[in-house]
Design a protein around this ligand. Structure first.
Ligand code: PBG
Length: 336
């Protein structure tokens, strides 16, 4: 970068020239946001034509399958390419062995089939982790207080195959067990699901920002202890890069950083280091923070929503999982 010499006029550079009008600002804008950048996470519950609001996530509700199909239709109309399903599993179906997770007719798999039948053009993403089905709320099988890695991977493979069989386009392993991407990829190939994509939750941190989500899927009460033995320590950066490298080597097509806003440094590092499709999850706690401040009149809700989403793009994201997806897309459709 040239530095001004002693004879240069003052000020050497007037950055404000290009900020003077909206037309000039648009002309030099480096980053853009479109509905195509968004993945809409949706909570699914049993029942018909009903929804249950989630108090810690204002504006978000658990939806019955018929309403999730409606959400998928709305997503397509808004130009949102993908929706991501998270099931609310009734307490009586939660077991220590998590068997419901690979039931071909479980809630999530029925929802996938219903969406693909009614709205085939949308990409459906599913969550590969045991927590909604686990009596103790953990992402893996627990024995004597320890989350077992290899036994969990075996269960995740069964779960992933059932989801692929149901028609999921994108599998999202969010469990953070070691070796699960490779095991799932091999099983998919062997079963003839060669084109099912994997978006690995590769840099997933042991974060306190997931609180409202655990309410939404009914895992909060069940969870014993924390997830620090499998999710990444928020203090670590290089370790997360090694996790991403490993998951790409094992067969992930896309990778994710999670949470989002407090971890944009990781988005930038991952993008720079690997140049693979990179996503971030603006998680439930980030959504709750912005909504709470907006509802109190402390922040302009629409403006911080759009600014936060643009920041993900600027950091290097190809796309963002966000509960704001339909609202942001509607705003963009109106030219906002
Ligand atoms: C669990 C899972 C979590 C989220 C997505 N998948 C929570 C956790 O790891 O405890 C969090 C998403 C959010 O907070 O919005 N497999």
């Amino acid at each position: 970068m040239p530095t001004p010499g002693p004879s240069a006029p003052f000020p050497a550079t007037r950055f404000r020239r290009l900020r003077r009008t909206e037309a000039l600002r648009r002309l030099v804008r480096e980053t853009s946001l479109s509905p195509a950048d968004l993945i809409w996470p949706v909570f699914v519950m049993e029942g018909e034509d009903a929804e249950t609001p989630i108090p810690s996530m204002p504006g978000v509700a658990r939806l019955t399958i018929d309403r999730v199909v409606g959400a998928a239709r709305e997503a397509v109309e808004l130009g949102i390419p993908a929706i991501c399903l998270f099931p609310y599993i009734e307490p009586e179906l939660k077991t220590e062995g998590c068997e419901e997770a690979w039931n071909p007719d479980n809630l999530s798999n029925r929802a996938v089939r219903a969406i693909k039948a009614a709205v085939p053009e949308i990409a459906v993403m599913t969550d590969v982790a045991l927590d909604p089905y686990n009596a103790n709320g953990h992402d893996g099988i627990v024995k004597d207080g320890v989350v077992l890695n290899d036994e969990t991977v075996e269960a995740l493979v069964k779960m992933a195959l059932a989801q692929a069989e149901a028609g999921a386009d994108i599998l999202g392993p969010s469990d953070m067990m070691d070796g699960r991407i490779g095991a799932i990829r091999r099983a998919l190939e062997a079963a003839g699901h060669k084109d099912v994509t994997i978006m690995s939750y590769a840099a997933k941190y042991a974060s306190a920002f997931y609180g409202p989500f655990r309410d939404a899927v009914g895992a909060s009460g069940a969870l014993k202890g924390d997830k620090k033995t499998y999710q990444i320590d928020p203090a670590n950066s290089d370790e997360a890069l090694r996790c991403v490298a490993r998951d790409i080597a094992e067969g992930a097509d896309m990778v994710m950083v999670k949470p989002g806003m407090p971890y944009l440094d990781m988005v930038a590092r991952v993008r720079e280091a690997f140049a693979v499709p990179t996503f971030a999850y603006q998680v439930s706690g980030e959504y709750a923070m912005l909504m709470a401040a907006a509802q109190n009149g402390w922040l302009d809700g629409e403006k911080v929503m759009m600014e936060s989403l643009l920041a993900f793009k600027r950091a290097g994201c190809d796309g963002i999982l966000t509960y704001f997806a339909p609202r942001a897309a509607r705003l963009m459709a109106r030219g906002g």
